[in-house]
Ligand binder design. Structure first.
Ligand code: FNR
Length: 383
């Protein structure tokens, strides 16, 4: 076992342990991958102000998200196919998050169903909704999330139409995997992964198989996705979903100050400033570059969370100092899951928490709530 000190180490291990097509599914952006790359590289353009000779003892990272106490202002973002990276991956990630005291968000496109995850956890988790054309399916899945005790609905707005990811097409990504020679050879070199998958009883798209029309043959899932997702999703439809759900609502995929104002006026409990990890609109600005304009537009009117590109505790600190109330991580925990299962998700969270804690101290702060522009040196283009 190599020594793991950072998220990059987990990523390397993930690449070694999981079949290439599934690793590539996680580690890709749409089209030229410009936005995917800049999500990460833009964080490194923001610099931190080191402060000395201040009392750095008794630091506090705890916060609240949607009124829920969290051990740090970081939640696990919804990630489709999580259970493909590690058998029962959604359950493993949810349990790791629960033990760590941070929220877990279950994707509509998960392998384990809402009910499976509820049966293996003790605290409420959040459910992410993709809006399908079939309103009966949407109503039904909202009701299932309510029955399972989910405490928030995270409604994703930036995937009405799928951004193409070249690697997935080249790999013939499908579920179960298409048995091309490269895929067979690659899987044959990953005995740990194959054994894990053989051992699972929940290797199915539990939220949609048996609930949505036209799903039975999983191999047709990607074309099914394009046929089923509702390209007409608009504010009227969002209002219908809000009314059916009736609980805490988070709007995810907001990347424009005007949309953020609309979401705040609409009454969203929080928005997620996100470009879907660079998987949708290639050429969009990184989330961190857009964040200040959204903070100016809606700070205090709705919760402002950010995701896309967060790989370190330093990144979390920069986002908080720029005005975000919290951050979500996607790939950072998926690398951990693919590398080491549940323990890997815990390791990813622990790495980020420790980095955040030390960085907070070296910036001369004792509480994440006190972070602000005074902690940063921000170049032009982030204002
Ligand atoms: C995602 N994301 C995502 N979002 C969502 O609302 N529903 C989903 O099912 C998925 N699926 C998904 C799969 C994979 C493999 C990735 C990497 C991402 C987007 C996710 O919630 C989040 O916005 C990004 O992952 C954030 O970017 P980073 O942290 O991965 O850079």
């Amino acid at each position: 076992m190599p020594v793991i000190t950072c998220i990059e180490d987990l990523k390397r291990l993930h690449a070694r342990r999981v079949p290439r097509m599934f690793y590539d599914y996680a580690e890709s952006g749409s089209y030229t991958e410009q936005t995917f790359r800049e999500n990460v590289s833009d964080f490194s353009q923001i610099r931190l102000r080191q402060r000395v000779a201040v009392d750095m003892s008794d630091r506090n990272l705890s916060a609240s998200m949607l009124g829920e106490a969290v051990s740090m202002p970081v939640a696990l973002a919804p990630v489709g196919f999580t259970g493909m990276q590690s058998a029962d991956g959604e359950i493993k990630a949810a349990r790791a998050a629960e033990a760590f005291g941070v929220p877990f968000t279950l994707s509509t496109m998960s392998i384990c169903s809402i009910e499976d995850v509820a049966a293996h956890t003790t605290k409420p988790f959040w459910f992410q909704l993709y809006v399908m054309r079939d309103e009966e399916f949407v109503d039904n899945i909202i009701d299932r999330a309510k029955r399972a005790g989910c405490s928030a609905l995270v409604l994703t707005l930036d995937l009405q139409i799928l951004g193409q990811r070249h690697k997935d097409l080249k790999n013939g990504l499908s579920a179960p995997p298409r048995l091309t020679l490269p895929n067979i050879l690659n899987m044959a070199t990953k005995p740990r992964w194959c054994l894990g998958m053989l051992g699972t009883k929940r290797h199915t798209f539990g939220n949609i198989v048996g609930h949505a029309k036209g799903v039975g043959d999983l191999a047709s899932l990607s074309s099914w996705t394009n046929e089923q997702f509702d390209p007409k999703l608009d504010w009227t439809k969002i209002a219908r979903i809000r009314d059916r759900w009736g609980g805490k609502l988070v709007l995810k995929g907001v990347l424009d100050a005007e949309d953020a104002r609309r979401a705040a006026d609409f009454g969203a409990d929080a928005i997620v400033v996100s470009n879907h990890g660079g998987r949708q609109l290639d050429g969009a600005l990184s989330s961190i570059r857009i964040l200040p304009s959204i903070v100016r537009a809606v700070k205090g009117q709705t919760g402002i969370w950010i995701d896309s590109g967060i790989r370190t505790g330093q990144d979390v600190l920069k986002a908080l100092a720029l005005g975000a109330d919290a951050a979500m991580i996607g790939r950072s925990y998926i690398y951990g899951l693919g590398a080491m299962g549940e323990a890997g998700v815990t390791r990813a969270l622990d790495i980020i928490r420790k980095e955040l804690d030390v960085t907070l101290a070296l910036c001369g702060e004792r509480d994440v709530k006190n972070l602000g522009a005074h902690n940063l040196l921000v170049p032009r283009g982030f204002e």
